[in-house]
Design a binder for this molecule. Structure first.
Ligand SMILES: NC(=O)c1ccc[n+]([C@@H]2O[C@H](COP(=O)([O-])OP(=O)(O)OC[C@H]3O[C@@H](n4cnc5c(N)ncnc54)[C@H](OP(=O)(O)O)[C@@H]3O)[C@@H](O)[C@H]2O)c1
Length: 336
């Protein structure tokens, strides 16, 4: 396309060893793609970061293809159609899609599937509640966790994107919800604005005693985003018939050596409990159902969306690194 739009991409330059570093990425200027028959040009507006990206960068997960050295970083985003040869997506259409870390993407709507953003939903909210985060929280909590009114639900990584949505969904279903998060500010947000019944600051000290104190009758549903010691503490406090939802384990994502498994898993036997992991893609056929439910709760004011937004395309690596230092509250993204 012979216009003056500058396309930029951030590509994988090196596979991380331990924590992600700025040198693992390369920012490059490239021509803006031309669009052919049936194609549209999407300009990125918000690009999201997720802890899972680290596994894609390291090529250590097998549920999806790795990102190869030199490839554009893979990731979800929202954007606007700025040129169109496809009547289905006229100029001005707002979409969410696997845009990757780049300013412009050409698509025929199928190679990079484009989902129009419902009217009235701001881009950051679409990225959070109607994106992978909302889907993960919905199916992990409601399908696997199945919280019942009056039950006690414990969520780790509770002030992060997935945890904050998962905890709110359990609260909406009438459960008593306790969150675990790092720092006073995050815990105050959980018990204040989000209406959680309790919060444990795992960086403040005695997590074992605080979990026991806030879950005196045991944990009916434990939604795990972090793994490691916190998973073990939850396993030690399960109620009869508990459900443990394995969503993620960020405490181990930077580990390079041997990673110990949970010690207290025998409580699954003693409490006739169930532990189940999942990758959200398994629910892809039902994303529409979740998006509708999440949008309804959001419109009724029962479900809050919080985002931490860095500004500037070149901030994407920093935004990703921030997830591992806990600098985000709610969904971390970059306004391009
Ligand atoms: N199964 C799936 O399909 C699926 C899909 C999406 C996400 N996930 C998983 O869900 C989890 C949350 O993802 P997200 O996108 O919502 O990210 P997020 O929770 O918004 O961000 C990550 C949070 O993890 C916490 N954290 C970082 N290092 C930690 C450590 N060593 N120990 C304990 N907490 C730590 C930080 O909060 P603190 O300040 O509280 O430490 C940080 O804010 C991740 O494990 C991710 O892999 C799974």
């Amino acid at each position: 396309m012979s216009d003056d739009r500058l396309n930029q991409q951030i590509r994988l330059a090196a596979r991380p060893e331990g924590a992600i570093r700025p040198g693992d990425f390369q920012l490059v200027d490239v021509p803006t793609p031309d669009i052919g028959d049936g194609e549209v040009l999407v300009e990125s507006r918000y690009l999201a970061v997720e802890p899972a990206m680290k596994g894609w960068m390291e090529a250590r997960v097998d549920y999806t293809a790795p990102i190869n050295i030199g490839d554009v970083m893979r990731g979800w985003g929202t954007g606007v159609v700025v040129a169109s040869n496809n009547p289905k997506y006229p100029v001005g259409t707002t979409v969410s899609a696997m845009l990757g870390w780049q300013r412009y993407v050409a698509s025929n709507g199928r190679d990079v599937p484009l989902s129009p953003i419902p009217e009235g939903v701001p881009h950051p909210v679409a990225m959070n509640l109607l994106g992978i985060t909302g889907m993960t929280a919905w199916f992990g909590m409601l399908d696997i966790g199945q919280p019942q009114a009056g039950e006690t639900v414990l969520v780790s990584g509770a002030a992060g994107a997935t945890g904050s949505v998962a905890g709110q969904l359990a609260r909406i279903r009438g459960a008593r919800v306790v969150g675990i998060a790092g720092g006073r500010e995050k815990c105050d947000w959980l018990t204040g604005e989000l209406g959680f019944d309790g919060a444990v600051d795992y960086k403040a000290g005695d997590t074992v005693a605080r979990v026991r104190e806030l879950c005196p009758d045991g944990i009916d549903v434990y939604y795990d985003n972090v793994g490691g010691e916190i998973l073990d503490i939850a396993l030690a406090n399960l109620a009869q018939g508990a459900r443990v939802v394995l969503c993620g384990g960020i405490s181990r994502y930077n580990a390079t050596g041997h990673i110990p498994g949970p010690v207290n898993y025998f409580n699954l036997i003693y409490r006739s409990a169930r532990m189940e992991g999942f990758i959200v893609g398994r629910y892809a056929q039902r994303f529409g159902e979740a998006a509708q439910g999440l949008a309804e709760y959001y419109k009724r004011g029962e479900l809050r969306s919080r985002e931490t937004i860095l500004k500037g395309f070149d901030q994407l690596p920093q935004a990703l690194m921030n997830l591992f230092t806990g600098d985000n509250i709610g969904k971390q993204m970059v306004e391009v």
